[in-house]
Design a protein around this ligand. Structure first.
Ligand code: SF4
Ligand code: SF4
Length: 194
């Protein structure tokens, strides 16, 4: 069980029940499609929800370093932590931080609060990725933000330079050819029926 940041609660947020691919024997859903158990008021099987749901928390619930007002449904950034990624050896931190833009991606990368976080994190050596979650069952494309040009922009402390780098990263994500996710567990929900 992860240690959660005190004072942060999911509230009405449902991003993790809609945005990611879930591919387990209990819950199978495509990316960008609401789980079939999601109702207007939340999870219909909340008390008996499977382990994959019980054990999941987004980065905002776990990372003290994220601002309090970064609840995913409110700020448009769904932070995912990935300990399985094969990161370059120079990173002391072995958990990748993926910033999945679930709101208006271009608007988000033009926000000063987002640029400040990216600049701080890149300078601190956090393995950082930018992603725009797919809405149609494709795999999630992502690009690494720890580039030399981003580090230079962050070191300059000029928000406009960080914004330019983020806009370039966003274009690079968009250029990724769509790759269909191949589910391990079959079932009707994998067809996008939710
Ligand atoms: S995305 Fe994060 S804040 Fe939102 S419901 Fe899931 S765990 Fe809670
Ligand atoms: S079972 Fe409930 S908690 Fe799990 S993804 Fe579906 S709606 Fe969300």
């Amino acid at each position: 069980m992860e240690t959660l940041v005190a004072g942060r609660a999911c509230g009405e947020c449902q991003v993790c029940c809609i945005t990611p691919q879930i591919d387990t024997p209990d819950i199978r859903k495509t990316s960008g499609v609401a789980c079939r158990n999601l109702t207007g008021t939340g999870c219909a099987i909340h008390t008996t929800r499977p382990a994959v749901c019980r054990g999941f928390y987004c980065g905002w619930r776990i990372l003290e370093s994220l601002p309090d007002d970064w609840r995913p449904d409110r700020c448009g950034v769904f932070v995912l932590l990935d300990q399985t990624m094969d990161l370059p050896v120079q990173f002391r931190l072995r958990t990748a931080v993926i910033l999945a833009l679930v709101g208006n991606p271009l608007k988000t990368v033009r926000q000063r609060w987002f640029q400040d976080y990216v600049g701080r994190s890149v300078l601190a050596g956090v393995p950082l990725f930018l992603s725009v979650p797919p809405r149609n069952g494709n795999q999630m494309a992502r690009v690494m933000l720890n580039t030399s040009t981003m580090r230079d922009a962050a070191a300059s402390r000029m928000a406009a330079r960080i914004k330019d780098e983020l806009e370039k990263a966003l274009k690079a994500v968009a250029l990724y050819p769509p790759m269909k996710y191949v589910p391990v567990h079959g079932g009707p929900d994998m067809d996008g029926a939710g």
